[in-house]
Design a protein around this ligand. Structure first.
Ligand SMILES: *[C@@H]1O[C@H](CO)[C@@H](O)[C@H](O)[C@H]1NC(C)=O
Ligand SMILES: *[C@@H]1O[C@H](CO)[C@@H](O)[C@H](O)[C@H]1NC(C)=O
Ligand SMILES: *[C@@H]1O[C@H](CO)[C@@H](O)[C@H](O)[C@H]1NC(C)=O
Ligand SMILES: *[C@@H]1O[C@H](CO)[C@@H](O)[C@H](O)[C@H]1NC(C)=O
Ligand SMILES: *[C@@H]1O[C@H](CO)[C@@H](O)[C@H](O)[C@H]1NC(C)=O
Length: 947
């Protein structure tokens, strides 16, 4: 090990010597010096070096380096492009003095931090400066006026604070100004209306306050203006209507009130107008029909009233019309159906009445229609699907009637939600025509004619509900359970008869609800195939035969209701061994024998067992001592109450998606657009954007916010008195940002629960991919990535944050296959919420907390186990203890074999290093384990240190 560290340092010194002795020209010297002062963990600037023979050409050596551009004779460095090179540290200033001829400097998408060096303003020839996507902080320094030639200045997504820089208005050539996504506060300076050539102005997502200055109306050259996601007061100044070149205007999420100025209709070049999520009142000005180029109009989530203007019939370019979450009423103008470009129409959650336009869908390629939660009547327009592109159709919670034939050939559909209406007739969906359908909700209607028998051909179906169609009838089609992705099948209260079809290959199903039907026959034994089953409700049918013990052994089972059937035999003892079971109800059958004396079964209470005269044992009467009739009646009464209560609690736990008490509050972190609690709740409420996952998985699901951002949402319940301390703890987690951690974007909460929002990364976790063959470089890259994330938590966060639950399923891959740690600090958070940790935040408790130290050591142990899993392609799981029990050469030989390294000496050397690290990390005495800083140093010696 020591040898490795030495050779690493030797190498460093060697390179430094080369740099000092051999560099030739001042440009290259300056760049090498720059490189030496910044952090380049990915070795992106590895080719920045001087060849051993020195610079003999007389030209600038740096011209051949990555990211460096020169003039044609290689005598001047003209631009530097270091975009996305994983660079970090403070940006040094003094070397910039040498690069005075630079016309372009792009250091975007790195992790530079600290203040921006004022020397940068001495680059007076610069035309393009891009520092976006870094973490520069502090007030924006004075001096930018010396960059007289600056045309394009992009500082999007940093952590600047204080007022917006006023000096930029003196830059006469400036065309693009982007200061969005920092913490700039105070008002927009009124002098921002004095730019002469500005075309693009982006100030969104800061903490700006005050009124929007009417002077912005003087910006006659601006075509694109985004100033939303701030906290202004007052209304939209009508003077903005003077911005005669404006094509794109976004002032969403900005706390604006008052009505929408009708003068804005003078913006006759406008293509996109976004004013959603404000507190705007009054009607939509009918004059907006003058904005003929309008393509996207989003006024959703305001307090807008009145109708959709008839005059919109002339907006031939309109593609998106979003008016959802307002207080609009009246009918939808027939003329809206004539618009040839209309693709997305969102008008849900308003007070609209009447029928949908009868030609809707006939004249455009309608893709997404959502009119849910209004008071519409009448039938589905016959041509709704005529454009051949309709993929989401949301009509739920209206009073539509008629039947579904307009949908029977609509093969583009992915999602249909028509629940809670008055539809009737047969369900005419031919599932072989629906190759992409994933979600169908037909519940709470008056359908008849049974479930279509070809449902098993909807190969992508995940969610199907037809519950509460009392006259549906028919049977459950034969191969329903074997649909490869089906997670939820609900058909309660549907007058279904026949037997339960066998559960052959029902591997994906999670929820089965068939309450209140006429199903007979026995429960098939091969229910044991349904490994994922968590909830099954077969109550109030005519099922007979025994309760198969196979159902009791299902690994994830939470909820089983078999009450009110004709089941016989005894209660399988296997239920008593289940660690997941929360509710079992077998009441009102003909079950006999003794209730197995297991704690979990007793905890169900009497209500779970009553109504079975031959059944005895705790919690019912003991098997030898019958009790008298009066007492029994009392027990029955009490128990019935308990059944209802218990069921209510369970259903509440499972299905409750929205708290009933307490104001929702939202907290979002660092340079991101501000979401409101409303956004989050809304994406759940209508499950509209809750892609692919049935409500049952609500504890952890993907949600698409109305702004189009996809997030992963995790739900936690908490008690009012824990809110403060837990939210402090979440805030601490939110401020820990590192490229090997999943970003916590924010959280919204009320007194009863909180939703945590994380970056959504769809590429799977390490546990799923352990057995995948990887080359050694890739393995090193994963191990080092995890180590970096952990090292950051342990050493760079003050106080240190223990991960608390480090395991391979908590290592998620991002788009670049870089590992990121998930669930950071989550275990501690749960303890805070449950009250098993002291109700003081760790910030207050300080660093010397022994309990934290314990957890840090545990993280290190778990890290050791993870690298064993990676080394052995998943052969060694929890192998920390076992590898200490084996001779080291045996362990090594097996791991060489796992990595096909039997005959490669250099690879064996590296594997040995990593196995040594694993052995150190998993030492049984915690204090003997190395710190993560040391671990990272040891691993940095690996040559294959992956790229
Ligand atoms: C490049 O060199 C040639 C000849 O040496 C000269 O004519 C030309 O002006 C130079 N160009 C630049 C941009 O310096
Ligand atoms: C810019 O350059 C001038 C001389 O060219 C020097 O006096 C001044 O200190 C420099 N400013 C900064 C901020 O480096
Ligand atoms: C709209 O523009 C027209 C001329 O283009 C002008 O006469 C009118 O006053 C403007 N209206 C508003 C409200 O600014
Ligand atoms: C819409 O609401 C307004 C205000 O509540 C009411 O005066 C008007 O009559 C309503 N219009 C329709 C068509 O219901
Ligand atoms: C729905 O419409 C039917 C008649 O079409 C009517 O009887 C029923 O009351 C309506 N329901 C609601 C909730 O308005």
């Amino acid at each position: 090990m020591q040898i490795l560290i030495w050779s690493y340092f030797d190498l460093l010194i060697f390179f430094m010597l080369i740099a000092v002795v051999l560099a030739a020209d001042p440009y290259s010297d300056a760049l090498l010096s720059l490189k030496s002062e910044i952090i380049d963990d990915s070795k992106s600037l590895d080719d920045w070096k001087v060849p051993s023979e020195g610079n003999i050409s007389g030209k600038i050596l740096a011209c051949s380096w990555s990211g460096v551009e020169c003039n044609e004779n290689s005598t001047i460095v003209t631009s530097l492009n270091l975009c996305m090179k994983n660079l970090a540290g403070k940006l040094p200033g003094k070397q910039l003095g040498v690069l005075t001829q630079l016309a372009g400097l792009n250091i975007s998408q790195n992790s530079f931090s600290g203040e921006i060096p004022v020397e940068i303003f001495n680059l007076t020839n610069l035309r393009i400066l891009d520092i976006s996507g870094n973490n520069f902080s502090g007030r924006f320094p004075r001096g930018i006026t010396s960059m007289k030639n600056l045309v394009h200045f992009d500082a999007l997504s940093n952590s600047f604070s204080g007022p917006l820089p006023v000096e930029v208005t003196e830059l006469e050539s400036l065309k693009v100004l982007n200061l969005a996504g920092s913490y700039f506060d105070g008002p927009i300076p009124s002098s921002y209306g004095s730019f002469k050539r500005l075309e693009y102005l982006h100030l969104a997502g800061n903490s700006l306050t005050g009124k929007i200055p009417p002077e912005l109306g003087n910006l006659k050259t601006v075509t694109h203006m985004e100033i939303g996601y701030n906290f202004y007061e007052g209304n939209i100044p009508w003077q903005l209507s003077n911005m005669s070149e404006l094509q794109y205007l976004d002032i969403a999420g900005s706390n604006l009130s008052g009505s929408i100025p009708r003068e804005l209709s003078n913006l006759t070049k406008l293509e996109s107008l976004f004013l959603f999520r404000n507190r705007l009142t009054g009607p939509i000005p009918w004059e907006f029909s003058r904005i003929v180029p309008l393509i996207d109009l989003d006024l959703s989530d305001n307090l807008i009233s009145g109708p959709i203007p008839e005059s919109f019939a002339v907006l031939k370019n309109l593609r998106l019309l979003s008016l959802m979450f307002n207080e609009m009423n009246g009918t939808v103008p027939e003329s809206l159906a004539e618009l040839p470009s209309m693709e997305i129409l969102f008008i849900w959650n308003n007070f609209f009445t009447g029928t949908l336009p009868k030609n809707l869908g006939m004249n455009s390629k309608l893709r997404w229609l959502d009119v849910s939660n209004n008071s519409f009547i009448g039938s589905i327009p016959p041509g709704i699907c005529a454009g051949g592109k309709l993929f989401k159709l949301m009509l739920f919670s209206n009073n539509f009637t008629g039947n579904l034939p307009p949908l029977s050939n609509c093969s583009s559909l992915v999602r249909i939600r028509v629940e809670d209406n008055s539809f009737s007739g047969e369900i005419p969906l031919k599932f072989s025509n629906f190759p992409d359908i994933t979600y169908i909700d037909l519940s709470k209607n008056r359908f008849t004619g049974g479930i279509p028998s070809d449902i098993s051909r909807a190969l992508k179906l995940q969610y199907f509900s037809v519950s509460n169609n009392p006259e549906l009838g028919g049977i459950i089609p034969e191969n329903t359970w074997s649909l490869p992705f089906l997670q939820n099948f609900s058909a309660s209260y549907c007058n279904i008869s026949g037997n339960l079809p066998p559960f052959r290959s029902c591997k994906s199903i999670i929820v089965i609800e068939l309450r209140m039907n006429n199903i007979s026959g026995s429960i098939p034994k091969n229910i044991s195939d349904c490994h994922s089953l968590e909830m099954i409700n077969l109550a109030s049918n005519h099922l007979s035969g025994h309760i198969p013990k196979e159902i009791a052994s299902l690994p994830s089972l939470v909820f089983v209701d078999l009450s009110h059937n004709d089941l016989i035999g005894s209660i399988p003892v296997e239920f008593g061994k289940s660690s997941s079971l929360v509710l079992l109800n077998v009441s009102y059958n003909d079950i006999s024998g003794t209730i197995p004396s297991k704690k979990v079964l007793r905890s169900m209470g009497r209500s779970a067992y009553i109504g079975n005269p031959e059944l005895c044992g705790k919690p019912l009467k003991s098997c030898s001592n019958p009790i008298n009739g009066k007492k029994l009646r009392l027990i029955l009464l009490v128990s019935a109450g308990a059944v209802i209560l218990m069921a209510a609690i369970i259903f509440g736990l499972i299905y409750r998606q929205k708290g009933s008490k307490g104001q929702w509050q939202m907290n979002s972190f660092i340079g991101l657009p501000q979401f409101t609690a409303n956004d989050i709740l809304r994406s759940f409420d209508c499950a509209n954007s809750m892609e692919e996952l049935p409500p049952y998985s609500g504890a952890f699901c993907k949600a698409v916010l109305p702004t189009g951002i996809t997030v992963l949402v995790k739900k936690l319940e908490w008690e009012p008195k824990r809110v403060k301390v837990a939210s402090e703890s979440i805030t601490q987690l939110g401020s820990a940002r590192h490229m090997n951690l999943i970003r916590l974007l924010g959280f919204c909460y009320n007194k009863q629960m909180t939703y945590l929002l994380y970056d959504y990364l769809p590429n799977g976790n390490l546990a799923e991919k352990l057995r995948m063959q990887r080359d050694w470089g890739m393995k090193c890259r994963i191990m080092i990535g995890i180590a970096k994330g952990l090292c950051f938590l342990h050493h760079d966060c003050k106080p240190a944050i223990p991960h608390g639950d480090l395991k391979s399923s908590n290592v998620i891959f991002d788009d670049n296959s870089e590992p990121r740690l998930a669930d950071v600090g989550f275990k501690h958070l749960m303890q805070l919420i449950k009250g098993t940790a002291p109700a003081t935040s760790r910030l207050a408790a300080g660093e010397s907390n022994d309990c934290i130290k314990e957890e840090l050591y545990e993280d290190i142990y778990n890290f050791g186990e993870i690298i064993l899993e990676i080394l052995s392609n998943g052969r060694l799981i929890n192998g920390g203890a076992s590898i200490h029990g084996k001779p080291k050469d045996v362990v090594l030989r097996e791991i060489y074999h796992d990595n096909e390294a039997e005959s490669t000496n250099s690879l064996q050397e590296e594997i040995k290093v990593v196995v040594d690290v694993a052995l150190l990390c998993t030492k049984s005495r915690a204090v003997d384990r190395p710190s993560m800083e040391d671990v990272l140093k040891l691993l940095s010696g690996l040559k294959a240190k992956g790229k």
